[in-house]
Each structure stands twice: as structure tokens, then as C-alpha cells.
Design a protein around this ligand. Structure first.
Ligand code: UTP
Length: 294
């Protein structure tokens, strides 16, 4: 079934962020600053730049700061205006002009699959993108745009994959794939969430970008708790891949940069990498790091 252009983005940000405690006790991990912008803003900007005009964020108990960040702040704007601080004023306004963002609460963090299911009513019967709020992807590589093209071509669901060292696969969903003749995407035959090294069918790990067929909602509704007692999106995609329902599942292998800001080490790498590229202080930071390492 061809259902037209993808317009909607679902951004789950309701996880408990236990890997980043205690920082995430009273604040969502998606609000952790990467240099000077919360991680979630990179993700929202990526969606907007890919042409997605309807944004739905799935939030949880600590939603206040997420909503506030993308809202107007008249008092702050006035203060900056009075000071004549144009640069900061523009930065502050920019985050509230990324487009109307809708919010729905997950109520209880029952897993990523459950978070996506919370978007059902808003999304309806059209293909939609999912961008995990703690996964930073270098948008210069145009991953999301490529994935939307593959969705339009196949009519199915599309996931993003990276090659990882086999010893790392147990931290991810893992895909068994086969080549599609003459195409640069792959067919996903099956998926397994966080397999042990021996069970893993490949070293292809699922990362936080999806373009999904709405048939996933019906499947999620029937998907029981899986790994870790959570309703796993991977399990629903496994059903779509093996049943062929909703046009099957395809994969795009991503070769660019990606950081999981919900993981402390990966978060630190994201901060250092992006900071070292800043014109204002990148050069000074790189010089300092060299001296520090020595
Ligand atoms: P993670 O598995 O990384 O999130 O989910 P988590 O459960 O918060 O992480 P830890 O393991 O406890 O540290 C990936 C994405 O899915 C969202 C998260 O907010 C994150 O963006 N998520 C996860 C939800 O929205 N709801 C959930 O129930 C689970």
C-alpha cells in the first residue's frame, strides 16, 4: 500500500534513564546538555530538517522541562532584548520556533514499544518516523531522508542499523538481513532484542531511527512484555518482518556518527566531539585535550 509522504515524527522521551542516575533522578536524560543544547533539541532539529512537520513527543513524569524548553519565554526574551544580547536572544527564540510540538504522556515506562503505541491516535493510518530522544545522529548523512525514501519505495517499515563489534551486540536489538539485488538497503528477515553473542544472527545493531508502517500499532497492541519485562518495539518489528504484515521490514546501514546520550561514556564522547568542532572554542579545547592527555 502506498500511503504518501511521511509527515509525522514521534519522539519517545519517557524512559527512566536508569543508566544515567543520579543525574536523571529529577530530570529526563533527554535534557542533558550536549555542549550548550539539550540532547532532545538536536533530535527535534533533525526531524524538522528532514521535512517532518508534525512532531509528537512521548513524555513521562518529568515532562515539565521538555515542554518548557520548546516553549516561549517572554520574560527571558525581554531581559536579553534589554541587554542587547542578540545572539542569545536568537538561540532562545529558535528553540521555541521549531514548530508546534504535541505531547502525550506514557503514564508508566513500560518500554519503547508501549511508548510508540501511545502515539497511535495522533498518527492514525499513515507511515511515520520515530526518533529516539537520546540518540544523536549526524544529520549531514541524511539518514532519515534515505529511510523515508526506502519506505516510499517498499511500502513497509524501515529500521536503521550500524555495524558493531560482535562483543557489543548484547546491548542492542540485532537484525538478520539479506541483500536486495541492485539496492542499497537490505531486507530484514528477523530481529532479536539484546541477544547474547552466541544467539546474535549478525553484528548489525538497531539504532534509534525508524520509519514505520501504521500496521505496527495493531501488532504492538498484541505484543506482551519481552526482554526486561518491557514491551519491546523490536518484538513488534520481528512480527512484521516474519508475517510480512504492513509490507515487511527493511534496513538502512548507517556509516556516520552516532552517540547514545543515555550512556555515560557515549554521552561524554558526544560532548567532546561536538565541542571540539565549535568555532568559538574548538581549537582551544583541542589544544587543551592534547596537553591533558600528555
Ligand atoms: P532506553 O532503553 O534507552 O531508555 O530507551 P531507558 O529505559 O530510559 O534507559 P535506561 O536503560 O533506563 O537508562 C530508548 C528511548 O525510548 C524511550 C527513552 O526515553 C529513550 O528515548 N522510552 C523508553 C520511552 O519513551 N518509554 C519507555 O517506557 C522506555
Amino acid at each position: 500500500m502506498s500511503m504518501g509522504k511521511v509527515r509525522k515524527a514521534v519522539i519517545p522521551a519517557a524512559g527512566l534513564g536508569t543508566r544515567f542516575l543520579p543525574a536523571t533522578k529529577a530530570m529526563p536524560k533527554e535534557m542533558l546538555p550536549v555542549v550548550d543544547m539539550p540532547a532532545i533539541q538536536y533530535v527535534v532539529e533533525e526531524a524538522v530538517h528532514a521535512g517532518l512537520t508534525d512532531l509528537l513527543m512521548i513524555t513521562g513524569r518529568n515532562k515539565r522541562s521538555l515542554e518548557d524548553h520548546f516553549d516561549r519565554t517572554p520574560a527571558l526574551e525581554r531581559a536579553l532584548e534589554e541587554k542587547g544580547d542578540r545572539t542569545r536572544l536568537e538561540a532562545v527564540k529558535h528553540s521555541s520556533e521549531l514548530g508546534p510540538i504535541h505531547y502525550v504522556r506514557q503514564g508508566e515506562a513500560k518500554g519503547l514499544g508501549h511508548a510508540v503505541l501511545c502515539a497511535r491516535q495522533h498518527v492514525g493510518e499513515e507511515p511515520f518516523a520515530v526518533l529516539l530522544g537520546d540518540d544523536l545522529i549526524d544529520e549531514h548523512d541524511g539518514l532519515l531522508t534515505t529511510m523515508m525514501e526506502v519506505q516510499a519505495k517498499t511500502g513497509g517499515s524501515v529500521i536503521a542499523l550500524i555495524e558493531v563489534d560482535p562483543s557489543q551486540i548484547s546491548a542492542y536489538g540485532c537484525a538478520d538481513v539479506s541483500v536486495v539485488e541492485g539496492e542499497d538497503y537490505v531486507r530484514v528477515n528477523s530481529l532479536v532484542e539484546k541477544p547474547s553473542v552466541d544467539e546474535a544472527p549478525s553484528n548489525l545493531a538497531v539504532i534509534g531511527r525508524y520509519v514505520l508502517h501504521p500496521a505496527v500499532f495493531g501488532v504492538l497492541e498484541k505484543t506482551g512484555p519481552g526482554r526486561g519485562g518491557e514491551i519491546q518495539l523490536t518484538d513488534a518489528l520481528q512480527t512484521l518482518a516474519t508475517d510480512g504484515e504492513g509490507g515487511g521490514v527493511y534496513g538502512v546501514v548507517f556509516k556516520g556518527r552516532r552517540f547514545d546520550t543515555g550512556d555515560k561514556l557515549s554521552y561524554l564522547k558526544a560532548v567532546i566531539t561536538l565541542a571540539s568542532e565549535r568555532v568559538e572554542f574548538g581549537e582551544e579545547l583541542r589544544a587543551w585535550m592534547k596537553a591533558f592527555v600528555n
